[in-house]
Ligand binder design. Structure first.
Ligand SMILES: Cc1ncc(COP(=O)(O)O)c(C=O)c1O
Length: 399
């Protein structure tokens, strides 16, 4: 029986009169049905109509352990017994910083932020201060702030100081440095994602950036704690000058950090990047509990294993069914399974697939990598592959 979305649709109507634009754009477009979430546990969430889904968006990455994860909730609740915001230095923020220095290769010093956009902006401020240069190069999405996301209302001067380069394009990077001699403070880049770095690409990037007296900043907001505990930099064995971690750091609590090499971070220690909620207790205690659980349960290894089962399963199914428009990319802890939609026929196929998987109880990011968590069980994987296979067969039958 098809699911109904009556209550979700009623909430959508209420949202139009309460939230700017009825809510943030990305929350309305993906997946096709306009569901409204009412609660979540582990790898599942359910909507206002009581429909249950296996979640592969996982908050766009933060929920690395799973939703409503007991050890994190307990740690935060216990910590909050001692208060939350002091705006005076406290012991927990030092303990977490010491832990991050232990596990992240590029970390000698740690600065706290709230959310990834806040932290990437902070990292660029540090880079400009250190190099005394204004321009930066970006490679990937780094947040909503003016320098990264040009939208109506953004400050043109900020966007103009931001150059952009494609992933895996070392020639284009070299050209940007040639065209802007002595002007570029640094490159901020996602070290991996939908596409993986070509052989020696990250090493070459580091050499080009550093030989131009600029800083290399890895934005590990998505890759952090998934590729390896120490991020993609640990996995690929390339250590940047500075890095940004957020999302999965605290299993859904909004903390983010900029970490970096001692000489750089000590030189910029007077740069003003302070805010009321930076390093507050709930965020820091959630991060400590998250890392402790990942370490205690070999969480990274588990996500690699589960993600690989999905990738292998899709490949087997799409090969067997002869689905030419299938696209498989990413890497086990952040796999990608998509369907090309280069024609009306392909678009119909794709639409049918996503509607059928939603109806079958899967919440699959469309056109975006998926996020594995420590809560994605073998049963989840088996159900996911079965529902996907049925959805592909249904879409094929419609063609
Ligand atoms: C790689 C990367 N950097 C930065 C950000 C911005 O983080 P936030 O949305 O927490 O501000 C995102 C968000 O998706 C991201 O994927």
């Amino acid at each position: 029986m098809r699911r109904t979305f009556k209550k979700s649709l009623a909430w959508r109507e209420r949202a139009k009169n309460a939230l700017v634009g009825g809510g943030q754009p990305h929350k309305q477009s993906n997946p096709p049905q306009p569901i409204m979430i009412a609660g979540a546990k582990g790898s599942h969430f359910w909507d206002a109509d009581g429909n249950d889904y296996i979640d592969y968006l996982m908050g766009y990455g933060p929920m690395i352990l799973g939703h409503a994860y007991p050890t994190v909730i307990t740690a935060v609740a216990n910590a909050l017994e001692q208060g939350n915001v002091y705006n005076v230095g406290h012991t927990l923020e030092i303990e977490l910083a010491e832990k991050l220095i232990e596990i992240i290769p590029s970390a000698d010093r740690v600065a706290y932020f709230v959310g990834g956009s806040d932290a990437t902006t902070g990292a660029l401020k540090f880079a400009r201060a250190y190099t005394e240069k204004d321009k930066v190069i970006r490679c990937g999405y780094h947040g909503w702030h003016d320098w990264c996301h040009s939208t109506r209302g953004h400050l043109a001067a900020s966007a103009e100081a931001t150059l952009s380069v494609g992933f895996n394009d070392i020639d284009a990077l070299e050209n940007l440095f040639k065209e802007n001699p002595g002007e570029i403070a640094g490159l901020i880049m996602e070290p991996s994602g939908h596409d993986l770095p070509k052989e020696n690409y990250l090493e070459n990037v580091k050499s080009v950036v550093n030989s131009n007296d600029a800083l290399l900043i890895f934005d590990e907001v998505k890759t952090g704690f998934r590729y390896a505990l120490g991020g993609a930099q640990e996995y690929f064995d390339v250590t940047p000058d500075m890095s940004v971690f957020g999302k999965a750091l605290a299993n859904g609590f909004a903390t983010a950090v900029v970490v970096g090499r001692q000489d750089i971070m000590d030189e910029v220690s007077d740069v003003w990047v302070a805010a009321t909620f930076h390093g507050e207790v709930s965020l820091v205690s959630a991060a400590m509990a998250t890392i402790a659980e990942l370490e205690a349960k070999d969480g990274v290894e588990f996500m690699w294993k589960q993600g690989q089962k999905l990738l292998d399963g899709y490949k087997e199914i799409t090969d067997r069914l002869g689905i030419d428009q299938a696209r498989i990319a990413g890497i086990a802890p952040m796999p990608f399974f998509g369907l090309n939609a280069n024609s009306d026929k392909e678009s119909l196929f794709r639409r049918t697939f996503y509607e059928a998987t939603l109806d079958g109880g899967l919440y699959l990011p469309e056109g975006h990598i998926w996020f594995m968590s420590m809560s994605h069980s073998d049963d989840d994987i088996t159900k996911t592959l079965n529902v996907c296979e049925d959805a592909l067969k249904l879409a094929k039958a419609k063609m």
